[in-house]
Design a binder for this molecule. Structure first.
Ligand SMILES: Nc1ncnc2c1ncn2[C@@H]1O[C@H](COP(=O)(O)OP(=O)(O)OP(=O)(O)O)[C@@H](O)[C@H]1O
Ligand SMILES: NC(=O)CC[C@H](N)C(=O)O
Length: 651
């Protein structure tokens, strides 16, 4: 055979199948981040298991006393964290059993109507994802519908951008509002009902100030007897006149307000003659300067629920006491009565969610904006590349009860990781590239390799990449001085290159004497070693592209930034964003981008409709990544969604 024929044969073989049919099926050693054969991994795991048992026996002895004490205190033992390989959970489980099933059974009607009622005064955060999943999911599960209702009764805090962002987020999570409504659409109807309430002698216009009201409600510690002020004695006519005067701008803010005549003797403070209307001389973004009075949450919410025929009004447990006034008002006005029930809030530890704190981080430029991938607003979580389906799975996994839950970020990340593991393609990426010249690779230079996008899911298909005589590997995969317990590349040592024709053995390297950094490695194919202990990823010189990679770690050092010495701002992790400006991604990236969204599910299903963040992939041995919105045709910017494994940063 001539050289040219050898060449062609070699190339064909490469394009058609993995080069070495005997090549071991590779799996990730999560402990070291190395790709190794199944056999090698088995050996390693057995060794580690032995070690772990030894350690555990030691620990058990130490911990026995402590555990017994904790059990006596009623503490729940630490739950085992689910393994990434576990089967996906039933995404409707939370509606089939437990709290939400009970809620439905209390009022087993059809069709179900629910609502998600955010105040448009900020961006939604991860906690709201639970509210969205519950309200939209509950209606959907029972074949009903959910409204997106903007609870816009406070013109002081509301802004246009929030309306758009909130609606976008709901749709991104995969839900379609039955209708988009605004509490403010009902201002006239609400006003008329307020007059009706006055007519029923169940509301009065009060002129008391804050101190007087406090006293009426039992004083400083609630220890003095509660009583009603003299305004409660006014006649219906007088109240009606005064209320109309409020409406007509005859009172300044705080000079008068409408109070519901509930039950001041009741043990529940939500029955102590709550405010129904206040004077506020502020234009409203929808009703302009039409109104000088605005209804309160307590007056508005239950009535809007009633107008919309909400069957199950689901909210968080801080509204438990409000349920009584909610029911009282609808009953008093003899309107349709929805049923309010309350579930526990979801919070994340190790971060901040309050609008004030987020604003401070943005204003001080500690983060890149409200959607900085290190934050837990839903626009940030989205930009980071977390798929909507993973968020819904997370909410489902936690389940819904009446208890508030504070969840660690690592727990959220576990769900994301598991979700991505089964749904996104794999590519090779090198964060900090060093060239390796394979001296005897001329015959394979420029040859095509066919590489599957996933070793687990054949349906993802495959793509072609070019093998080249010079390849880039990660700086961390080479050591100048070899040692016995090191299994990657070093002078005289052999390592496998994922999908490549043969393993390579380093022969020499050069260094930049000023920086001390390795600038080039020379190597040769090791055609003898059929099964190298370890495989590493690489990127060829043909078709690969430079990219900026942003690796995100937790924004705060501690689990409770609020308690940090020196205040929450001194708890910022200086390593929360690590940028690799010269990373290289293999050519398969173009196809991954073209075929996005990955996965084709949950809100991003229409091809091409997902934003850049829907271009998701696993960079083998590195982490999961998504394309950042700052990417352009000329510059790829990638965000790390999550690491491949909890905690352990790759060396
Ligand atoms: N952390 C949370 N977990 C679950 N549901 C939440 C959470 N925060 C808000 N919700 C629910 O989302 C819906 C809309 O919330 P809205 O924006 O009006 O709430 P909020 O309590 O003002 O939120 P914030 O936490 O921004 O102050 C409400 O029904 C509310 O009960
Ligand atoms: N009942 C509810 O769900 C409360 C919604 C309301 N927008 C709030 O202040 O949180």
């Amino acid at each position: 055979m001539t050289d040219a024929v050898v060449d062609a044969a070699a190339k064909m073989q490469l394009a058609d199948a993995p080069v070495d049919p005997n090549a071991p099926k590779l799996v990730l050693d999560e402990e070291t981040g190395e790709m190794v054969s199944k056999g090698e991994l088995k050996k390693r795991l057995a060794k580690r298991a032995k070690k772990a048992i030894k350690e555990k026996n030691k620990d058990d002895k130490k911990n026995v006393a402590a555990t017994t004490a904790a059990a006596q205190d009623g503490a729940t033992p630490k739950k085992q964290t689910p393994k990434p390989e576990e089967a996906p959970i039933d995404t409707q489980a939370m509606f089939k059993q437990g709290f939400l099933n009970d809620v439905y059974n209390e009022r087993p009607v059809k069709p179900v109507f629910t609502r998600f009622p955010p105040e448009p005064n900020g961006f939604l955060h991860i906690g709201h994802a639970k509210a969205i999943a519950i309200n939209f999911g509950f209606a959907k599960y029972h074949g009903g519908n959910c409204y997106l209702r903007f609870d816009d009764t406070n013109p002081e805090a509301e802004e246009e951008i929030y309306f758009t962002a909130i609606e976008d987020t709901v749709r991104w999570l995969g839900f379609t509002p039955y209708k988009i409504t605004y509490s403010s659409d009902n201002f006239q109807k609400l006003y008329d009902l307020a007059e009706k309430l006055i007519g029923l002698d169940k509301a009065y216009v009060c002129h008391c100030n804050d101190d007087e009201i406090k006293l009426q409600r039992g004083g400083e510690k609630g220890s003095s007897p509660r009583f009603r002020c003299k305004h409660a004695e006014q006649s219906v006519e007088e109240n009606l006149q005064k209320f109309r005067d409020m409406r007509d701008g005859k009172y300044k803010p705080r000079e008068a307000f409408l109070r519901m005549k509930q039950d001041i003797t009741d043990g529940n403070p939500q029955m102590w003659d709550l405010a129904a209307y206040r004077v506020l001389d502020k234009p409203h973004h929808r009703t302009g300067s039409q109104w000088k009075i605005y209804p309160t949450y307590d007056f508005t919410h239950c009535l809007c629920d009633s107008f919309e025929g909400i069957t199950h009004s689901l909210c968080t447990t801080e509204f438990v006491l409000s349920r009584v006034s909610y029911e009282w008002l609808n009953k008093s006005l003899e309107v349709y009565e929805p049923m309010q029930r309350e579930y526990g809030r979801l919070s994340l530890s190790g971060t901040v969610l309050s609008k004030r704190k987020l604003k401070e981080l943005v204003d001080r430029k500690i983060v890149r904006g409200w959607d900085d991938p290190r934050l837990y607003t839903l626009i940030a979580v989205r930009r980071r590349g977390v798929p909507p389906g993973a968020i819904l799975e997370f909410v489902n996994e936690l389940g819904v009860t009446t208890s508030n839950s504070i969840i660690q970020i690592v727990r959220f990340e576990q769900t994301i990781r598991r979700y991505l593991e089964r749904t996104v393609p794999r590519l090779m990426l090198v964060l900090d590239p060093v060239p390796v010249v394979i001296e005897d690779a001329d015959e394979f230079d420029g040859s095509e390799l066919t590489v599957p996008f996933s070793s687990k899911n054949a349906a993802m298909g495959d793509h072609k990449i070019k093998f080249t005589k010079t390849v880039y590997i990660d700086r961390s995969d080479f050591r100048e001085v070899d040692s016995k317990d090191y299994f990657r590349l070093a002078p005289g040592k052999t390592v496998g290159l994922l999908q490549a024709p043969f393993p390579i053995k380093a022969t020499s390297f050069t260094k930049d004497e000023t920086t001390g950094k390795v600038t080039e490695i020379r190597a040769v194919f090791d055609r003898e070693t059929k099964k190298p202990k370890t495989f590493i990823q690489w990127v060829g010189t043909d078709g690969s592209r430079k990219c900026e990679v942003r690796v995100y770690n937790q924004l705060f050092k501690s689990e409770n930034p609020a308690a940090a010495e020196g205040g929450w701002l001194s708890d910022i992790n200086p390593e929360s964003e690590v940028v690799y400006p010269d990373a290289l991604i293999e050519s398969g990236f173009d196809e991954v981008k073209r075929r996005a969204p990955w996965p084709e599910a949950a809100g991003e299903s229409e091809l091409g409709k997902g934003g850049p963040e829907s271009v998701r992939f696993q960079a083998m041995r590195v982490a999961y990544f998504a394309l950042d919105k700052e990417s352009t045709d000329d510059k790829i910017v990638l965000n790390r969604i999550v690491s491949l494994k909890e905690d352990k940063e790759k060396n």
